[in-house]
Design a protein around this ligand. Structure first.
Ligand code: DMJ
Length: 551
């Protein structure tokens, strides 16, 4: 696809009330922002202290202090210590948690030894993999692992990772990156580690990288394209995305991180570009007709119309829904527009996509122009946790209903694991031709260390405390040890139905960011990264709930 050349049309005269309030606050605290994005306003919009045209020496202007996020004050507002208080746990739970910590250390040590500075470890050949998702950025595993190392109190390993970020993490690269992947892994990982530790290096790297992503939003609708050259700022749609479209799960999975970039920099440009509840996403998604209330996965960033009617709560759609409910939670339940969109979307999903198999398993099908595909991807298994999280905050009568739905979906995903020989789940499983919760195609039998099933176990545990979720998580730990642990790290496997599966020679960075973190949290007390204080981005990087507008 050709590079996007259009000018942004959304340079925002009419920010909604909540944003205006935030900008006013930012303006009171800031002047001018320490980080100013290319092409953005040179100072905080709507503030009381606008910069005057230069008329010579202006004492007021000279004495202003640059915006500085008050980390100490932020910490005082947290309701729980980030690593918890460790009260009241039994020895078995502790031993299991320690085992998962050992797995993390093993995964990290091997990455550090054989692949430090590359994006992922190849554990069989003992070398690094770079790939082409991150536009020349390196160290995806370092940045993805940082907050997990910190939470697990792997102090020495955390210091190794931090040192690499300080000394070797180069942002002056010139390659084509996935906007979504750079955002969820790098920006998410850096922001989370800053909030957990207060170490300035993580904040400044996040802001610097965030600015490099802004040109992707320069489209006629403001909906970003999927690929951006981090050097030139040119952006493209994915070659495989129909008719130059942008992907729902990609453009809908930016605003949690971008809101925090604005919080930390005092520069509203990030929030304006990416917030669901504000411009321009909300405008486009509100206007466009949604078939049966569903959101298709492909949207034109030029016209704002759907390009294809494929709906999925798994790949291509998934984290769009996740970020609606989390947007509301992260705003301390103030972003009611995001909540409304989530509630309506979930209602449509339940009405049109949720089905029960002959054997009584609840699953979420995919939808292709009105025709159901009775398939559920591993990616879609995050939805048990998401629905439970949303249920907590639904009205009393809906709460029980959604908790049951969440439990049923999580149980179906557990079935996809127990029905395999390795006790790990396939990339996709189906409910047709007498098959239930198993892959029917050779190409769908692999497992690449994905987190979504244990992610749902973690939420279900926290929200119900039913012991089966810890039991199910422990089964996964044992299966990972048996089938994925190799001499120099953890590897994905090519066939979950083979008792002697071959390895794919790849230790994905999300294994350290998500799979091991969610497993660890499953065996922690609830006050470790408490859901009262944190929402997890879609790569499991914790971002703080805005309890007080950070004032
Ligand atoms: C992760 O990068 C994120 O969870 C993303 O939202 C979906 N896919 C992978 C893990 O499977």
């Amino acid at each position: 696809s050709p590079p996007a050349a259009a000018e942004p049309r959304h340079a925002s005269p009419a920010a909604p009330r909540r944003l205006r309030e935030k900008l006013r606050t930012a303006a009171r605290m800031a002047a001018p922002p320490a980080h100013t994005a290319p092409g953005s306003r040179q100072q905080v919009q709507g503030g009381e202290r606008r910069a005057q045209p230069s008329t010579g020496a202006s004492p007021a202007r000279e004495t202003r202090t640059p915006f500085r996020f008050d980390y100490e004050r932020f910490c005082r507002r947290l309701r729980h210590p980030v690593r918890g208080s460790r009260a009241g746990e039994d020895p078995e739970t502790r031993a299991r948690r320690m085992k998962i910590k050992e797995m993390m250390k093993f995964a990290w040590d091997n990455y550090r030894q054989y692949a430090l500075g590359k994006n992922e470890l190849r554990p069989l050949t003992r070398n690094g993999h770079i790939g082409n998702m991150f536009g020349g950025l390196r160290g995806a595993t370092v940045v993805d692992a940082l907050d997990t190392l910190y939470i697990m109190e792997l102090e020495e390993e955390f210091q190794e990772a931090k040192k690499w970020v300080e000394e070797s993490f180069d942002l002056n690269v010139n390659g084509e990156a996935s906007l979504f992947e750079v955002n969820i892994r790098y920006i998410g990982g850096l922001l989370a580690t800053y909030y957990l530790t207060g170490e300035e290096v993580f904040k400044s790297k996040a802001l610097e990288l965030g600015e490099k992503l802004l040109p992707a939003f320069n489209t006629p609708t403001g909906i970003p394209r999927g690929v951006i050259n981090l050097g030139s700022g040119m952006s493209w749609s994915w070659g495989w995305a129909s008719a130059g479209s942008s992907i729902l799960a990609e453009f809908g999975t930016l605003h949690l991180e971008f809101l925090h970039l604005s919080e930390l920099s005092g520069n509203p440009v990030f929030a304006e570009k990416a917030s669901t509840a504000q411009l321009p996403l909300q405008r486009v998604l509100k206007r466009v007709e949604k078939p049966q209330g569903l959101y298709p996965n492909f949207l034109s960033p030029v016209t704002g119309n759907w390009v294809q009617h494929h709906v999925s709560i798994g790949g291509l759609g998934d984290s769009f829904y996740e970020y609606l409910i989390k947007s509301w939670l992260m705003s301390d339940k103030k972003d009611s527009e995001a909540k409304r969109m989530y509630d309506e979307a979930l209602e449509a999903i339940e009405k049109h996509l949720v089905k029960k198999s002959a054997g009584g398993l609840t699953y979420i099908a995919e939808w292709r122009g009105g025709i159901l595909d009775h398939k559920m991807g591993h990616l879609a298994c995050f939805s048990g946790g998401m629905i439970a999280l949303g249920a907590e905050h639904a009205g009393e009568e809906r709460k029980q209903h959604y908790m049951e739905l969440a439990a049923e979906i999580t149980s179906t995903c557990h079935e996809s694991y127990t029905r395999s020989d390795t006790k790990l789940g396939p990339e996709a499983f189906r409910f047709d031709a007498g098959t239930e919760a198993m892959a029917t195609r050779l190409s769908e039998r692999y497992y690449i260390l994905r987190p979504e099933v244990v992610e749902s176990y973690m939420y279900m545990w926290r929200l119900t405390h039913h012991p089966k979720y810890r039991q199910w998580g422990w089964e996964v730990v044992k299966a990972l040890e048996k089938h994925c642990r190799v001499e120099a790290g953890f590897s994905g496997i090519r066939d979950v139905y083979s008792t002697t599966p071959t390895h794919d020679n790849m230790q994905q960075s999300f294994f350290l960011a998500e799979t091991l973190k969610y497993l660890y949290l499953l065996f922690c007390e609830d006050d470790v990264l408490s859901l009262e204080d944190w929402v997890f981005n879609t790569e499991a990087h914790p971002l703080p709930v805005n309890h007080t507008n950070f004032r």
